[in-house]
Ligand binder design. Structure first.
Ligand SMILES: NC(=O)c1ccc[n+]([C@@H]2O[C@H](COP(=O)([O-])OP(=O)(O)OC[C@H]3O[C@@H](n4cnc5c(N)ncnc54)[C@H](O)[C@@H]3O)[C@@H](O)[C@H]2O)c1
Ligand SMILES: [Zn+2]
Length: 345
């Protein structure tokens, strides 16, 4: 069962039009980047009332307070009031940052998410986490607030770069590893180019929603969704600062292999399952190029993780495929071992 605000839409402009026909908004703004303006915006406009467009540059490097200021400037200059609506049309960057900007503007206007990447459809648009990166740290500033609607249409994926599809697939894998062992066992026979997104996307959303509805603000259970993300985010931040940034899902895929190693060591993940995870993920994702001399700073990055308390580092791990646990304390030397395990390939 899905939340009332999430709709798997077969006809995005009709469903959006129907919602907007309720006519309760004084002004409507659509937040896009240069790619979603070209590829996605034309699909939502039939049937839309008058609205403004706010365009920001694409990419994680722009997911920061500076870009939010630009959004707030545009809303202010066009006199958006508190009864306005912001429609976030894009991937996780637009969703996280547009939601954050909308939820903060004049203490909060309504916003809709229309996720247009695989990653945003199965993960980022579900569960109300909003935010931006700050200095070198991912999603460091933000809060929880749900969009009034999430409209999901897999047709948007037709124009998405295959590398972005693969990135989003890391989160699909994560959902299987933490709560769906049967789904995982079918994975070996699957080829990314032959995926049936109309089935996979709603299923993955259901898996995520089944967790967040029990713990919306991540006091406990929801932490299991961070499997792969402690080391993954540390890798992502590291590469974000360098000349060759990597995609979120690429970092998380590597993080899941490293954290599967920690799962073996700390909570008894069977050896065979560890090998199975590593083989399958390495089949889909190329190995990241982490230099020996950079390892120390990557390990230090994990200390900033939001799950940590009083300087100790806590992980969400898996005891078996499909059975996750959270709040497992891990030492820096064990994190180093886990990175080494990943880098051995
Ligand atoms: N809030 C959450 O719970 C949550 C969960 C997971 C990830 N995230 C965040 O999501 C972000 C990553 O999201 P992402 O992978 O969607 O990246 P993204 O938003 O940067 O989008 C990837 C690229 O695809 C382009 N694009 C988007 N839709 C397109 C389409 N239909 N056709 C062609 N091009 C299109 C974008 O312009 C961009 O260049 C990260 O910042 C991550 O932290 C948030
Ligand atoms: Zn993620």
């Amino acid at each position: 069962m899905l939340a009332k605000n999430i709709l798997i839409s077969k006809d995005i402009s009709a469903d959006l039009g129907e919602f907007l026909d309720q006519g309760k908004y004084s002004q409507i703004g659509v937040l896009v980047d240069e790619n979603t303006l070209i590829h996605c915006y034309p699909q939502i406009t039939p049937g839309m009332p008058d609205h403004g467009i706010i365009e920001i540059p694409s990419g994680e490097v722009h997911k920061n307070l500076g870009t939010c200021q630009g959004i707030w400037d545009e809303l202010t200059q066009a006199s958006y009031d508190r009864n306005s609506l912001l429609i976030n049309l894009g991937g996780g960057v637009i969703g996280d940052m547009g939601g954050f900007s909308g939820a903060a503007y004049k203490r909060g206007i309504d916003f809709i998410n229309i996720p247009t990447t695989l990653l945003a459809q199965v993960d980022a648009s579900i569960g109300g986490k909003l935010g931006v990166d700050y200095k070198n740290f991912k999603n460091h500033i933000g809060f929880f607030k749900d969009p009034v609607r999430v409209l999901v249409n897999t047709g948007f994926l037709n124009t998405l770069d295959p590398r972005e599809i693969r990135s989003g697939f890391a989160e699909v894998i994560k959902h299987l590893l933490i709560i769906d062992p049967d789904g995982w066992s079918k994975l070996e026979t699957l080829d990314l180019e032959e995926m049936d997104w109309e089935k996979i996307v709603p299923h993955s959303i259901e898996l995520k929603y089944s967790i967040v509805r029990k713990d919306p603000t991540e006091k406990g259970l929801r932490k299991i969704l961070n499997f792969g993300h402690t080391i993954g985010h540390a890798l992502e931040s590291h590469f974000l600062n360098g000349s060759k940034p990597i995609l979120h899902g690429e970092a998380i895929a590597a993080g899941m292999v490293a954290e599967a190693y920690l799962s073996r060591k700390k909570v008894g993940l069977p050896e065979q399952e560890l090998e199975d995870i590593k083989t399958n993920i390495n089949r889909i994702f190329p190995q990241l190029d982490v230099k020996e001399e950079d390892q120390e700073s990557i390990i230090s990055n994990t200390v900033q993780d939001k799950k940590n308390r009083k300087g100790s580092i806590y992980f969400s791990l898996i005891e078996r495929i499909g059975k996750a646990v959270f709040d497992v304390e891990v030492s820096k030397s064990e994190i180093k071992e886990a990175l080494d395990f990943y880098l051995k390939g």
